[in-house]
Design a protein around this ligand. Sequence first.
Ligand code: ADP
Ligand code: AMP
Length: 214
Amino acid sequence: MRIILLGPPGAGKGTQAKDLVTKYGIPQISTGDILRKNLADKTPLGLEAKKYMDKGELVPDSVVVGIVRDRLKESDCKKGYILDGFPRTVPQAEALDAALAEMKTPIDKVLSIEVPDSELVKRLGGRRTCRSCQAGYHVMFKPSKKEGVCDSCGGELYQRDDDKEEAIKNRLKVYMASTAPLIGYYKNKGMLATIDGVGDMKVILDRMVKALKG
Ligand code: ADP
Ligand code: AMP
């Protein structure tokens, strides 16, 4: 199964992707995680991407398209994958279409997760992420058992630089301008399912599974 998770920052793409990984046994491909890993490793790519990420801007299309093209060729993607945070612009979606046409492996479904802005701001402001295993938490909505410590691996939880107020505002603006047009793009292709992203995380997972079956 090849799935795209579409939705604004804070919609729950990463949270749901991790449960879909367990359910379907396919990998999560998060361009944000790949970029942050490059940044932590201080690679030239990571240092270049940081300039955009800290401000809540999008990294140039050519950079992320290259990352995804390479990743999709890895053997664990043969059974399928969950794209989380990619594509984020129409040119990225077109580049993905071209790459997948060449590989003869079309996307099965695009799930567009809908959450109102006021809720997104609350979610992003309280998000915490494990530095070691990237598990996601929220100080109110999904707290770790011990403050600042990952339940899964004992790693340190941190607040992302782009989860500060100014960057959050800009990311929501950038989403509306550059990424929201993808909803129409995939709707026109008959690939889109809309998911209500408000409510219990397990209930949202059920909604997604139902949409994937339908
Ligand atoms: P995205 O990957 O779309 O940016 P995340 O999955 O990281 O979003 O979720 C953003 C924040 O919101 C995280 O702190 C997560 O724990 C929290 N969250 C995710 N889904 C829900 C939900 N259904 N209800 C409340 N909080 C949620
Ligand atoms: P995310 O982890 O998905 O919230 O992404 C964090 C940041 O990484 C974004 O705000 C962008 O700066 C960058 N990024 C991640 N994915 C993409 C993408 N597909 N296109 C452009 N920039 C991206």
